[in-house]
Design a protein around this ligand. Structure first.
Ligand SMILES: [Zn+2]
Length: 349
């Protein structure tokens, strides 16, 4: 039985765990120096070109404010080189967190709308993914998602692009953007097509709204995993359904606090979700924009909830099982997690 860790021992344990990141947006993963570099290349986009002003720009009043500024950063990304820079920057950051694998959300419709060609986007993703593996030892997979605020036209274009191009590493199909006023059900035909073609369904739901959106993601979009999903916490029947069906949630605690969904990690319903048996995974969403890291999410939750080492390891295992990795890769990561937990137990004994 593993005990409680604190301070440096907790930090070292969390870092040693091989981690999997299931909810991170490519544009939102841009480091602050990268955003500054892109902003200086294209000052007309309205993104600050000085560090202090950028920090202010990334202090969000609410979710709509966050989304506006996120889309301004998206508009800075214009060509293959920019995409490659984003992908390799993310891989370096993931490696620094001892993350081995990530499913990264890319929003092709927004990039094409900003004038990038599909070929430029795909080339940047492919070269970036190869460099991520070769230079950082990080395996990347893609989720192409619909920007919900752009409506059904974006849904249609996104599924057509995804299925026509089907780049290596594309594993899933998503839906992001605002939930208020953007019903999930209208995107059902696109999810049906994507699922029939073998892509996994991973829509955002229950980030800024409640249980009804999560139910819709499950029933209308065939969600196999849910982006955020924390809005389920007020509905015991829904939490029990998610637990029984083994539909994991991609929980992003710091993101939820920074966009104003909950006042603090202590006030976050993660404990309630765990108590109802929901499969919780920890993720960063848009790490530099929120001042988040993957290790930091594990630490914050472990400290706030008072988790034991085995409970922390379970969260890392949840992410492995909830991923779309091949079974052999999952087994190798789980074995490594168990070994680290065992070392820790022996150390404490
Ligand atoms: Zn997200």
């Amino acid at each position: 039985m593993s005990g409680f860790l604190t301070g440096e021992a907790l930090r070292a344990f969390v870092h040693a765990l091989p981690k999997v990141e299931l909810h991170v947006h490519l544009v939102g993963s841009a480091s602050l120096p990268t955003v500054l570099e892109l902003a200086r290349r294209r000052p007309s986009a309205g993104v600050p070109t000085a560090p202090e002003a950028l920090a202010e720009f990334f202090t969000f009043r609410d979710f709509p404010h966050f989304l506006r500024n996120y889309l301004a950063v998206t508009s800075l990304v214009r060509d293959t080189r920019d995409i490659h820079t984003l992908v390799t920057g993310l891989a370096a950051d993931l490696a620094a967190q001892n993350a081995r694998y990530a499913e990264v959300t890319v929003t092709p419709y927004n990039h094409l709308l900003d004038g990038m060609t599909g070929d430029d986007l795909l080339t940047g993703l492919a070269t970036g993914r190869a460099a991520a593996k070769a230079e950082h030892g990080v395996e990347l997979a893609w989720c192409f998602d619909i920007p919900g605020e752009k409506g059904v036209v974006a849904g249609r274009e996104t599924v057509v692009f995804a299925l026509r191009e089907r780049p290596e590493g594309l594993v899933s199909f998503g839906l992001g953007g605002p939930e208020v006023g953007v019903g999930r059900a209208q995107f059902a035909p696109f999810f049906t097509r994507a699922r029939e073609a073998g892509l996994h369904s991973v829509p955002h739901a229950g980030e800024t709204t409640g249980p009804a959106t999560v139910w819709s993601a499950v029933h209308d979009l065939g969600a196999e995993r849910i982006g955020h999903g924390v809005g389920a916490y007020t509905a015991p029947a829904l939490m029990e359904y998610l637990a029984a069906q083994g539909i994991p949630l991609e929980v992003c605690p710091t993101s939820n606090v920074r966009t104003g969904q909950f006042p603090s990690i202590a006030a976050h319903p993660i404990r309630r979700l765990l108590d109802h048996g929901v499969v919780v995974t920890l993720n960063t969403d848009d790490p530099p924009m929120f001042g988040a890291t993957l290790d930091g999410e594990y630490l914050a939750v472990a400290e706030t909830l008072g988790l034991t080492a085995s409970e922390i390891a379970r969260l890392a295992e949840n992410a492995v099982h909830a991923s779309f990795l091949e079974p052999a890769s999952k087994a190798a990561l789980v074995t490594e997690i168990k070994e680290i937990l065992l070392q820790d137990t022996e150390h404490l004994a």
